[in-house]
Design a protein around this ligand. Structure first.
Ligand SMILES: Nc1ncnc2c1ncn2[C@@H]1O[C@H](COP(=O)(O)OP(=O)(O)OP(=O)(O)O)[C@@H](O)[C@H]1O
Ligand SMILES: [Mg+2]
Length: 344
């Protein structure tokens, strides 16, 4: 399946109730839940002439975790920066929780929390002050109880009186999250939240993000860690060279594009794949000791049993076999490479 074909499937998927207890709430809404972020024909050409975003059309559903994947320079930060009002769009529009990001900038911005890719912290400031200052910037009334909860959730409460310069990199990143949450946004952008954080903090952060989603915050994150998207996201968007080449429900994406692979560890090495097995997509690996069969994950029933029978008829024996399924990483790499290959 080529990426070009995939473009045809860029579409919004019906929102389904997450669990039965929320059914009445969902039923009370219109059938087609309005998007919390609605991006229409958005483009960006920097002064240098570089077109960082080709027309982007994307709706983010209220309450979802949306992961934006793409190689370096794809346009992820540009897209986020436009929505957050840091970069001006060249054309197009964005509505964030009911507010146009250009004509209704203040209201739109107040709905948004941003954890930027680059850490920008005021070294001399304390954790508590920097967080409450952020809240004040948005004109929100003081609410020490809320800020305490945010800091406790991020395991920063004990550090509240410490200057930022005395914190570790991972703690600073958590302070950035606290700052982004200080004004109680409904939409939270996390630009590369896992860059430079250790495994344990990543796990903590994932938990925190899930808790935030459960509390009603919509999350949009960019990541280079495919396992992060695989673990966290409800939907995935793939952006490459400024173009949104795919938007899909994660489970559907993995099912649709997933390939399965069967590896047979042969008793005797083969010099070449026997002509009797030519109809199968087989490759010899490991000096002829391994026979690899790649097949569509959705059509597994038709292949394996017949192949093994045919091998037995040919008196080809194997010592062991194992199967694996392509990961989101394989899918992502193949999507982006397809495109790059076509263009070069
Ligand atoms: N201020 C700017 N002026 C000119 N070009 C820029 C500017 N900011 C970004 N670009 C260019 O726009 C393109 C997209 O950059 P962007 O930072 O959005 O990518 P990204 O997907 O976030 O990449 P990364 O994964 O490395 O963070 C790149 O080619 C980049 O060089
Ligand atoms: Mg970026």
């Amino acid at each position: 399946m080529t990426a070009t074909n995939e473009r045809g499937s860029v579409r919004e998927l019906r929102r389904t109730p997450q669990n039965a207890s929320r059914e009445s709430e969902v039923a009370a809404r219109p059938a087609d839940t309005p998007a919390i972020v609605s991006i229409k024909d958005l483009t960006k050409t920097y002064a240098s002439g570089l077109q960082a975003l080709k027309p982007i059309n994307l709706d983010i559903k209220r309450g979802e975790i949306f992961a934006l994947l793409g190689p370096n320079g794809a346009g992820k930060t540009t897209l986020i920066s436009i929505i957050c009002g840091i970069v001006n769009p060249t054309s197009g529009s964005v509505i964030a929780d009911g507010h146009d990001i250009l004509s209704d900038y203040r209201e739109a911005r107040a709905k948004i929390g941003l954890v930027p890719q680059e850490l920008t912290t005021d070294r001399w400031e304390t954790v508590w002050n920097t967080t409450s200052f952020s809240r004040g910037l948005f004109g929100r009334p003081r609410n020490p109880a809320y800020l305490e909860k945010v800091l406790r959730d991020l395991s920063l409460w004990d550090k509240r009186k410490d200057q930022l310069q005395t914190l570790s990199g991972g703690m600073k990143r958590r302070v950035m999250i606290a700052k982004a949450l200080a004004h109680e946004p409904t939409i939270l952008f996390l630009d590369e939240p896992s860059a430079g954080v250790d495994v344990e903090l990543r796990r903590d952060m994932w938990q925190l993000v899930r808790r935030l989603r459960d509390s009603g915050v919509t999350i949009i994150l960019t990541t280079h860690y495919i396992d992060e998207a695989e673990e966290m996201a409800d939907r995935i968007g793939v952006i490459n060279k400024g173009e949104l080449i795919l938007v899909e429900n994660k489970a559907t994406l993995m099912k649709k594009l997933g390939k399965k692979q069967l590896t047979l560890h042969l008793a005797e090495p083969m010099a070449q794949v026997p002509s009797e097995l030519a109809e199968y997509n087989l490759t010899l690996k490991n000096d002829g000791y391994e026979l690899e069969y790649v097949f569509d994950a959705n059509a597994e029933h038709k292949g394996i049993a017949a192949l093994l029978r045919r091998m037995s008829d040919l008196s080809l024996t194997y010592k062991d076999l194992n199967t694996s399924q392509s990961s989101l990483e394989d899918i992502f790499v193949s999507l982006v490479t397809d495109r790059t290959g076509k263009k070069s």
